[in-house]
Design a protein. Structure first.
Length: 130
């Protein structure tokens, strides 16, 4: 059986958090240079993506993204150095937590019931972003 998958969110304050959905959105923005394309790639509405990025923008003193306007190819959005640091730190912590979970749950993993899912079906998950 594969290692357990741990999903987590970091709550910096009561109203400032970052989790797998926001990180995935930032990565999609980095990869395609467009908020609208990032939203499409994640099957998210543009409005939802914009609200998430705006929430991230308001959550940190450092800018996470920077928008460019106009020009021959139109505008776009890219990550700042701080945005890259945020993603990198989150992903590093994710790897460390996954390794810890695998070590700690080593004795439990063999006891996980396998009959709940067929071998090719994925378990139902909560949405990545709220």
């Amino acid at each position: 059986m594969a290692a357990p998958i741990v999903r987590f969110r970091i709550d910096f304050t009561q109203s400032v958090s970052i989790g797998p959905g926001k990180i995935a959105l930032l990565e999609a923005i980095r990869d395609c240079g467009s908020l609208s394309q990032a939203a499409r790639n994640l099957r998210m509405s543009y409005r939802r993506a914009w609200l998430l990025v705006d929430g991230i923008r308001q959550s940190f003193r450092e800018p996470v993204t920077v928008a460019s306007t106009g020009g021959k190819g139109g505008g776009g959005v890219s990550l700042t150095e701080f945005g890259e640091v945020l993603i990198g730190n989150y992903r590093q912590l994710e790897r460390e937590i996954a390794a810890l979970a695998e070590r700690r749950l080593h004795a439990v993993i063999p006891a996980v019931a396998r009959h709940h899912y067929s071998s090719d079906a994925k378990p139902q998950r909560r949405p990545l972003v709220r």
